[in-house]
Design a binder for this molecule. Sequence first.
Ligand code: SF4
Length: 309
Amino acid sequence: MFRINSFGRWLRQKFGSPVFKISIDGGFTCPNRDGTVAWGGCTYCNNDSFRPESAGHVETIEVQIAAGIAYLSERFRAERFLVYWQSFTNTYAPVDELQKLYLQALDADPRIVGMTVGTRPDCVEEEKLEMLEDLARDHYVCMEYGLESIFDDTLSKVNRGHDSACYRDAVSRTRRRGLDICSHVILGLPGETREQLMAYAPVLNGLGVQFVKLHHLHLVKSSRMAKEFEAHPFPLFEFEDWVTFICSFLEHLDPAIVVQRLFGWTPEEHLVGPHWRKNKPEIYRAILHELERRDSWQGKAFGCPPPGF
Ligand code: SF4
């Protein structure tokens, strides 16, 4: 029985074999830190880790992809790959530059089946979506938009630089282009109650997105939020608490939505908290065990049968 509509299974069904993501850095920055949208970035973002534009050295796209393929092939015998534009805001450049960069990546190796573009909802103008729609005729393309919170007062407090209406607009314009969408949320931002966190599920269900990434809030060193936490601590999800919460959340999540992530992840050396001291498989197994213990699954609250996917 499948209890979660998982991304790994979706990839195998879509592409006929396992597909591995290669994270690459396109040398982008972020409009939420350079004053275009706001200064200083989101308060949970580690601003010290930003690459200084003048000093940063980013390997060419081809070199990054070759290194990613070599590593994943050796470690997992991977044969097919998705390029993942992960760092910063990956649509923050003129459209012709973006197109050139994306094509460079998509054409770098015949084993690449497509790409996921991580970006902000306020950085996807129509001309960029039109270009991406064109690329999607020959390659798989998914847009990954950070929603982070469904509440405008939280978005404002964390200096996100956009509101939920902006998010809905980006999602609806992207859907009209036929592109897949992944919504990224952070559950546990300061001031949001458990009741409010459960309200994310119906909002995500109503967006019409194909994928979600569900992160618990983790505080990273040198972020503004970590400093706020040191001055005025607020509750963070402890491990058992998250397992219980996320299982209840999954029960209320539309089973048609594919779950790409069930928790956040920061290497211990960058982490202020919470310290779970578990590796990723341990966390994943604990969530599955809790679903088994409850005899539950994604979407059970709607009376849906266990997912067949
Ligand atoms: S979290 Fe993303 S949008 Fe916010 S400042 Fe960092 S890179 Fe920019």
